[in-house]
Structures are given as structure tokens and as C-alpha cells.
Design a protein around this ligand. Structure first.
Ligand code: 26W
Length: 794
């Protein structure tokens, strides 16, 4: 940690304001001050960053390369000050300079280079690898436009482009010297008995490095993001002829490669540009890895001793064939040796079982864009067939004129992992059972989240109480939170715990008033479901229950009601019509409920626009209840569930993903469990009348569906939700109807528990106390030991 003083930091900030930004303090805007502070903080990262790199070089330590199409970073300024131990100093220095630290921090746009869970996991992993001292590079794409911004117009989702890079990004260093040529299309030639690929198109991948500093500044790694540039700068001939648009065309075309993040994490669509993006990232990363490795003077056969490459889902699964291509075509290795070398380096993490999300490319598209790789894929498939003659005929990479990226990733990896105990089990037993039988390699690494961002930074009141109670050190040794358990019997501690939660709720209530125009009481139970909007995540189940509650309140307003605020947040993929309809319904219900004088504070529904990392940091610390209600067997892990638990919000949930392990850690008495299990789901669905039976057995669900169908929430367009209601009756694949009554019962149990505040606070505190397992430090140590075979360099 640095021994910086407040006057020094102030001087640094002013120096950057003057000499980096060219601004005079009296004329500096909030943006200028934020830049100046960010550069001053960044200066403090550079030393430990160099030291880490130097040490890794000198000791020849093995490095991890984490390849991911998504890094959902969020804001970096406050996070960096926290890890450097400079947060309070920075606040004081800015205060001295007449600036509000909070406002400055919130002026930073989110780096939203990801869709949801998979991207945020990659960001938590980067921070944890730096914290535990695992030498690593993250490789991704520097999208000019991150995930779209969401607005609601009359309750409907409307997308607008995101533009974080229109401002200067103060954390990155441009590396024009680190650029690689990436080829596409073209043809193959045989020269001197070897296959040679002559690409028909090329682009340049240029590196931008962001240092990632770990807890207490002891180690720093690099996030290297690639930006696409044209290999031919400018067509001067055309320009001189006055054809200005055409002159700039090559540059514009090349840049489209890193222009936008694909906003769909639901359904795989065989889009050419997506495949090009995947290859662009992967090829640039592998060329960079081999360049660094050979500069170290090693023999290529020793690659696996020094290099571990992790594929974050199948998106970079072209890494297998590309590594083979580089080793064989560029370095003259034999195919079988290249195969062995590549497999010893590569690992693959699976994040979803949803069949519609599994990547498969038409051989036509694949062969057209990557002709040499198509050939190598066939060769890998042949090698696999020969190596495992007992391979069932339906197993393999190329089937029915498609290249299956899951199979490719498994065959090319020495280890494959799922992201929660249940999920890994299903990957083993269902998704890749045949490959696993031929060569067992599937292991589990239950996800985690970084407690620095998701507790220390976002929940100052609770983090303060924890430090008061346990002392320092829990931030990097989260199991120490168990030390809170003896205190949950202590009234004084519970009171303080409740006060911290209340402080967050009051702050959120103010924000909701300002941003959604809805008044909510901090006494109400804050019930939160935030995540991408998907049928399998069942926001629909939640809103149906909300309508049932609304109906009951209207029937009997005089009864004692535990006041609730239902908070939703999340985006739907732009092309996902059913998910968008659910958003519309939630907003329509909010309109009616929030304006019904009979209801008052007993029930409110709020859906803030544009849920993102920084909104999560605001909502999660203020939550009383965490909604994790996916159809069992569908949510690979969930990571939001872990953040809520850490912040003292018990879960209402199904036995799905990491909920299973949360339940195990926290105990059944501190978790509101309901619903069908993963084994029960199949048989239930096999009954063709499952939804009808469930609806007819529930008066409440009948009433709810009736209200929606009658247009109670869309009086200006009564038929708006006819289709939605029809789907619940006749096409309820995610078993909303079947789980409805069990969910209602669990929600009633939540009310009872909350009404007894002493009981509730104890449950909440035990959730925090028992959340230590869900630190991503634990996850990273698991990868290091079981998959990467790398030790800490600290
Ligand atoms: C090709 C389209 C596409 C893009 C992204 C398909 C699928 C994805 C991701 C795999 C979706 C995703 O983010 N999965 C989530 O990963 C988290 C981290 O492991 C898990 O916690 C979530 O349960 C899982 O849905």
C-alpha cells in the first residue's frame, strides 16, 4: 500500500488538471476533476503493475490467459481507491478542492462490455486474480459501444446505443506497438508440401491495456482489449478523385469488428460478424501469447508449463484450431504434437445448458470465413475418432453440416468446468456425457464474486460494522465473516445491522423518488429481482404473484399487510419479443398498483430503467429479499444471488444453480425454498395438462390470469396480453403455473418472518456471516489448483 498523504494527492490531482488536461482549476468541470483524480490514482497503480510484470518475467512464473468476449467492469475509480487504501484520502482531497467525491465517482460511465452473468464473472475474476497474486492477462474486445441503454416508453423497452468511449477512458494505455494482423476468408495453397492460408481480408488488432489492481495493491495484472483498425489506412487515390466516402471505406469496414457488443445472451444466431469478432479476439490473443512466450526463449513444447489459457464459454473456442494453426503453419510443429500442446494449455468453462444458447456454425459460413480452420477442425475430429474408436456415431464436432463449438471446446481442453455443483453435474450427465465417458475431464468450480466491490465498496454502512466487529482482514479472507455468528444473538449487534440496512434503504428510497417518481417507505420490505429478462428466470412468476397480492389487498385492505416494494431491474435482448412483453406487463402493473389509493404503501412496484453494474451497487445493499426463482435446472449458477446474500438479503428461490450451495451454507431456516426440483421438472412437463391442472387448482392464479386477460392493466388496449395469458395456459415450458402456489406459500412465509423483525434481522445477519464461500478468491484458488496448475506469485 502506498504511504501517500493528502497534500501529496492534492498536488498530484492539480498537476494532472493543469498538465494532462490543460485546465485551470476555476474553469474545470466535474469531468475534468474526475479525469485529474483518475490519473492521480492511476499513477499509484503503475508501480505495483510494473513490479508484478517484472517479477513474473524474472521468475518465469506460469501465466493465466483468460479469453472472454465480455468483461462487465462497471466503474473503476472508487474500486481502485478502495484497493489502494486511498478511498478516504481521495474523498478528503477532493473535498479540500471543493469537489464532491460521490458526485465525481458517479460521473464515471460504466464500462458495460458485457451482457450479464458471464461478463460480470470475468470482471470479478480479474480482480480476484490480482488479489491472490495469480499472474494473468484478461483478453477481450474494446467495444466502442457496450451493452445498449434501456429506456421505457409507455412501459415498452426502447434501446439506444451506449457511448462510453465518447469520453476519455482514463484507465487504459494505448499500445500501438502491440498490433497483430488478423485474416479472414481467402483460399488455401500448397507450398512445399505444406498448407498455406492466403487470407482474402485482413484487419489489425491494436491493444489497449488497463491495469487491474488487487486488494491492498500487492499485485496488478493486465486487461488487454483489442480494437480493430484497418491494415490499409486510407485510399488516397479515391480521396484525390473526390470520392471521400469510398476513401474512408476500408477503415470504416475494419472498425465494425470492434464496434458493438452483441446484446443477445439468449439465442445463438449464426451471424458472420459475430464469428469474425470471436476469431479477432482469439487470434490476437494467441499471437500475443506466443510472441511473449518465444521472447522468453522457451521451446514451444514447453508452452503448457508456462501458459494456461481459459476459454470463457465457447465464444473463444476457435482457440483450439487457431493455436494448432499457429504452431503448425507458423512454427513448423507436427500436427499431433500441436494437438497435445494445445490441449495441455486449454481449459473451457461452460455457462449454460440452454440448447438455444449453444454455439453451432454452419460449415458453409465457418469454411468461408476461416477456410484453414475448417480443415483443422476436420482433422481434430478425425484424430478424435481414431483415438476413441468406441466413440458413438452421433458424437463429434462436425455434424449435420454444422461445427459444434461445445464439442470442439471439450475435445481441445484438458479440463472442462461447470459453474456450480448442480450445473457441473448436469454438464457431466447430460450435455457432454459421452465425451466425459471417453475421457473424464469435467470438474466443478462454483462461481464467486469479489467482496471488495460487492460488499466493501457498495455497502459502506455494513462494511464499517463488520470491521468494527471483526477488525481488518475479512476483505481478503471472507471466511472470517463466520466470526459474526456469535454476535447474531446480541441485540446491540442486530440493531446496528438493522440500522446499516435501513440507511441503505433510505438512500435507495430517495433515489427511486428522484428517478422513478414513486414514493416508497423504507419500512416496507424491499423485494428485489434484478438480472437479464429471460423466460427461464421467471420474472413472470414474480409479477403474477405481485398481481395476486394486489388482488388480495383490494379484497381486504383492512387486514394487516406487511408492506412491500417489488423492485425489478434488467434488460431484454432487443429481438426477444416474449421477454419484452414481460417488461411491458411489469410496467403496466406498476402504473395501476402505484396509483391505486386503496393500496397505498402496502404495495409498490418499481422498475428503474437501464439496470447495470452501478445500479446493482445501489440496489443490492438495500435489498431485504433476493429473488432467485428460475425453473430448476436452467440457471447455471447465478452470481447476483451471492451478492444479495453477502449484503444480508435472504433468498427466496428454487433448488437451482448456486442456490443449492447457498441453502447449504446458510441453512434451511434462513432461506425461503420452494418449487419443483431439477429431477421433477421433466416428469412434470411430460404431463400435457401441467399448466391447466395447476391453474384449475389455484383460484388465485385463475383470478390473476383473468385480470390480465380482461385488460385490468392495459385498459387502453384490453387485448394486449391475450397472447401472454394464452401462453401460460398452453405453452408454459418454464412451469410458471406449476410453481405458482408454492411460490405464494413461500412469499407468505417471508411476510411472517419479516413481521418479526428480531427473527428477520437474525436471518439477514446469518446470510452475511455465512457468505464467505462465495468470494471469487475461493473460486480463483480452485481454478489455479485444479485447472491451471499455477501458484500465487505473492
Ligand atoms: C452466443 C449467445 C450467448 C451469449 C452469452 C449465449 C450465452 C451466453 C452466456 C453463456 C450467458 C451467461 O451469461 N450465462 C450466465 O453465466 C453466469 C456466470 O457463470 C452464471 O452465473 C449464470 O447462471 C449464467 O446464466
Amino acid at each position: 500500500m502506498t504511504d501517500l498523504t493528502a497534500p501529496q494527492l492534492k498536488a498530484d490531482i492539480l498537476r494532472h488538471l493543469t498538465y494532462t488536461l490543460g485546465k485551470d482549476a476555476p474553469h474545470a468541470s466535474r469531468y475534468d476533476w474526475r479525469m485529474a483524480l483518475s490519473f492521480a490514482i492511476r499513477d499509484r497503480i503503475v508501480e505495483p503493475w510494473f513490479a508484478s510484470t517484472r517479477k513474473t518475467w524474472e521468475t518465469g512464473h506460469k501465466r493465466v490467459y483468460y479469453l472472454s468476449m465480455e468483461f462487465l467492469i462497471g466503474r473503476l475509480l472508487e474500486d481502485a481507491t478502495i484497493n489502494l487504501g486511498l478511498r478516504d484520502l481521495a474523498e478528503a482531497a477532493m473535498g479540500d478542492l471543493g469537489q464532491d467525491f460521490r458526485a465525481i465517482v458517479e460521473d464515471e460511465p460504466d464500462a458495460a462490455l458485457g451482457n450479464g452473468g458471464l461478463g460480470r464473472l470475468a470482471a470479478c475474476f480479474m480482480e480476484s486474480m490480482a488479489t491472490v497474486g495469480c499472474p494473468a492477462y484478461g483478453y477481450g474486445i474494446r467495444y466502442e459501444h457496450g451493452l445498449f441503454r434501456q429506456r421505457f416508453e409507455q412501459g415498452r423497452q426502447v434501446e439506444a446505443p451506449e457511448d462510453w468511449l465518447t469520453q476519455r477512458h482514463p484507465w487504459e494505455f494505448e499500445r500501438p506497438e502491440a498490433a497483430y494482423t488478423i485474416g479472414f476468408k481467402g483460399h488455401l495453397e500448397t507450398r512445399a508440401g505444406r498448407e498455406v492460408w492466403v487470407p482474402g481480408e485482413t484487419v489489425l488488432a491494436e491493444a489497449y491495456d488497463t491495469p487491474v489492481i488487487g486488494w491492498q495493491g500487492k499485485w496488478a495484472n493486465t486487461l488487454r482489449l483489442w480494437s480493430a483498425k484497418s491494415t490499409t489506412l486510407f485510399d488516397l487515390d479515391r480521396f484525390n478523385r473526390g470520392d471521400y466516402a469510398a476513401a474512408a471505406e476500408p477503415e470504416a469496414l475494419a472498425r465494425t469488428l470492434s464496434r458493438v457488443l452483441y446484446p443477445d445472451d439468449t439465442t445463438y444466431q449464426g451471424k458472420e460478424l459475430r464469428l469474425k469478432q470471436e476469431f479477432f479476439l482469439t487470434s490476437a490473443a494467441l499471437q500475443d501469447i506466443l510472441r511473449r512466450f518465444t521472447a522468453g526463449g522457451h521451446a514451444l513444447r514447453d508452452l503448457p508449463k508456462h501458459v494456461a489459457i481459459q476459454m470463457n464459454d465457447t465464444h473463444p473456442a476457435i482457440a483450439g484450431p487457431e493455436l494448432i494453426r499457429l504452431l503448425v503453419d507458423d512454427h513448423g510443429m507436427e500436427f499431433s504434437d500441436a494437438m497435445e500442446t494445445a490441449r495441455a494449455c486449454l481449459g473451457y468453462t461452460n455457462h449454460t445448458l440452454l440448447p438455444e444458447a449453444l454455439e453451432r456454425w454452419a460449415t458453409y459460413t465457418f469454411g468461408n470465413i476461416l477456410p484453414r480452420h475448417m480443415q483443422i477442425v476436420e482433422r481434430i475430429d478425425g484424430w478424435h475418432r481414431e483415438t476413441y474408436p468406441s466413440r458413438p456415431h452421433w458424437v463429434g464436432i462436425v455434424k449435420h453440416h454444422e461445427v459444434r463449438m461445445g464439442e470442439l471446446a471439450v475435445i481441445m481442453s484438458h479440463k472442462v468446468n461447470g459453474v456450480s455443483a448442480l450445473h457441473s453435474d448436469l454438464v457431466k450427465k447430460n450435455l457432454f456425457s459421452e465425451l466425459e465417458a471417453l475421457h473424464p475431464r469435467i470438474v466443478n468450480q462454483t462461481n464467486g464474486v469479489t467482496p471488495r466491490r460487492w460488499l466493501k465498496m457498495c455497502n459502506r454502512p455494513l462494511a464499517g460494522l463488520i470491521t468494527e466487529t471483526l477488525g481488518d482482514g475479512w476483505e481478503s479472507d471472507l471466511d472470517r465473516l463466520r466470526g459474526l455468528e456469535p454476535h447474531v444473538g446480541d441485540k446491540g449487534f442486530l440493531k446496528a445491522f438493522g440500522a446499516a440496512k435501513r440507511q441503505n434503504k433510505v438512500a435507495l428510497a430517495g433515489w427511486i423518488k428522484d428517478h422513478c417518481g414513486v414514493s416508497v417507505s423504507a419500512d416496507a420490505l424491499f423485494d428485489v429481482q434484478v438480472k437479464r429478462v429471460h423466460e427461464y428466470k421467471r420474472q413472470l412468476l414474480n409479477i403474477l404473484d405481485t398481481i395476486a397480492r394486489y388482488h388480495d389487498i383490494r379484497q381486504n385492505p383492512g387486514a394487516t399487510w406487511v408492506p412491500r416494494v417489488k423492485i425489478f431491474g434488467g434488460k431484454a435482448a432487443p429481438g426477444y419479443a416474449v421477454a419484452k412483453e414481460i417488461i411491458h406487463l411489469i410496467n403496466d402493473v406498476a402504473q395501476v398498483v402505484n396509483n391505486d389509493p386503496v393500496v397505498g404503501d402496502r404495495l409498490k412496484v418499481v422498475y428503474p430503467e437501464n439496470y447495470n453494474v452501478s445500479l446493482a451497487e445501489r440496489l443490492i445493499p438495500a435489498a431485504d429479499l433476493s429473488e432467485q426463482i428460475s425453473t430448476a435446472g436452467k440457471e447455471a449458477s447465478g452470481t447476483g444471488n451471492m451478492k444479495f446474500m453477502m449484503n444480508g438479503a435472504p433468498t427466496i428461490g428454487t433448488l437451482d444453480g448456486a442456490n443449492v450451495e447457498i441453502l447449504q451454507e446458510v441453512g434451511a431456516e434462513n432461506f425461503f425454498l420452494f418449487g419443483l426440483t431439477a429431477e421433477e421438472v421433466g416428469p412434470r412437463r411430460a404431463n400435457p395438462d401441467h399448466a391447466r391442472d395447476a391453474i384449475l387448482a389455484s383460484q388465485s392464479l385463475q383470478d390473476v390470469l383473468q385480470m390480465i386477460a380482461e385488460g385490468r392493466f392495459s385498459p387502453e388496449d384490453p387485448g394486449r396480453y391475450h397472447q401472454l395469458v394464452h401462453r401460460v395456459w398452453h405453452h408454459d415450458y418454464f412451469l410458471v403455473a406449476s410453481d405458482f402456489e408454492a411460490y405464494r406459500t413461500a412469499q407468505a412465509e417471508v411476510d411472517r418472518a419479516y413481521a418479526d423483525q428480531a427473527r428477520w434481522l437474525k436471518m439477514a445477519a446469518l446470510n452475511t456471516a455465512r457468505s464467505g464461500f462465495f468470494s471469487s478468491d475461493r473460486t480463483i484458488r480452485g481454478y489455479m489448483k485444479d485447472i491451471w496448475n499455477v501458484t500465487s506469485a505473492l
